[in-house]
Design a protein around this ligand. Structure first.
Ligand SMILES: [Zn+2]
Length: 267
């Protein structure tokens, strides 16, 4: 694989345990090696992070030349391809969500399914051939189980949720939330197509969603970007600790069906 820094290209052979895709408020980890990964879909800024004796690849989802990349402009294909190219098979994604079903602000929820309301994002790697990726378990059962048990051990209860992904960047209307709340539990703007592309690359993918706000109209809520950021910043240390524990307890072998997600879907 080719890794490039700003002024040189070189080959590396790092054995990564897993990748982390960080969201708003979780955009960098200090004191780590910065790298740029070149893919056919664009370049990705990342860092190699040591945790508990393992190497992690950390990718800030919103990083870009122009500063903070808005959700509808994130280059999801480049991010997932960078992870794939580096030979990494597991991904932990950190997302922020609004709750439609009363989850406490600051709590963590784990999606087990999603509904896609995005409409202008490149959402597949297979533009010219027909590949139907299996979406019966979009989020890796093994990773979800690991995260849930680690959080439980720390006395943190998590809810399993259905994630609705909207296009953004605006917040949803009250009518949209009324409709979405019939079918999903939380709403965000960054979970899809990230999970789909990970599945197409047959990666294990799980999302840890931090509830940052009530969705529009829930308990008369009027979401603001500031309240979202405040919650994210206040939970940064806890998420960092969670990643350490995931690194410490990551099973050596994949024990799930993620690695065969497209086997029966190719025409
Ligand atoms: Zn898996």
């Amino acid at each position: 694989m080719t890794i490039s820094t700003l002024d040189q290209e070189y080959m590396i052979n790092v054995d990564f345990s897993f990748a982390v895709i960080g969201g708003v408020g979780f955009s960098h980890l200090d004191g780590q090696s910065q790298i740029t990964v070149k893919t056919d879909y664009g370049t990705v800024e990342a860092s190699i992070v040591k945790m508990e004796g393992s190497n992690l690849l950390f990718i800030p989802r919103h990083a870009g030349d122009s500063g903070h990349v808005p959700p509808h402009k994130i280059n999801f294909r480049a991010i997932i391809m960078a992870i794939k190219q580096l030979g990494i098979s597991r991904v932990i994604s950190i997302n922020s969500v609004g709750t439609m079903h009363g989850h406490p602000i600051g709590s963590m929820v784990l999606p087990y399914d999603f509904i896609d309301f995005t409409h202008k994002r490149p959402s597949t790697f297979f533009e010219d051939i027909t590949v139907h990726a299996d979406m019966s378990e979009p989020y890796c059962l093994q990773l979800r189980s690991l995260i849930r048990s680690i959080l439980k051990e720390k006395g943190v209860e998590t809810a399993d949720v259905i994630y609705a992904c909207t296009e953004g960047p605006r917040f949803e209307t009250k009518a949209e939330i009324r409709m979405l709340s019939n079918y999903a539990d939380v709403v965000g703007m960054t979970g899809v197509p990230e999970v789909v592309l990970a599945k197409e690359m047959q990666l294990c993918y799980a999302s840890v969603c931090l509830v940052t706000n009530m969705a529009s109209g829930i308990e008369s809520a009027r979401p603001t970007a500031t309240e979202v950021l405040d919650i994210l910043v206040s939970k940064k240390e806890f998420i960092f600790e969670l990643l350490h524990l995931i690194a410490a307890y990551m099973p050596a072998k994949r024990d799930c069906l993620c690695n065969s997600a497209i086997e029966d879907g190719i025409l």
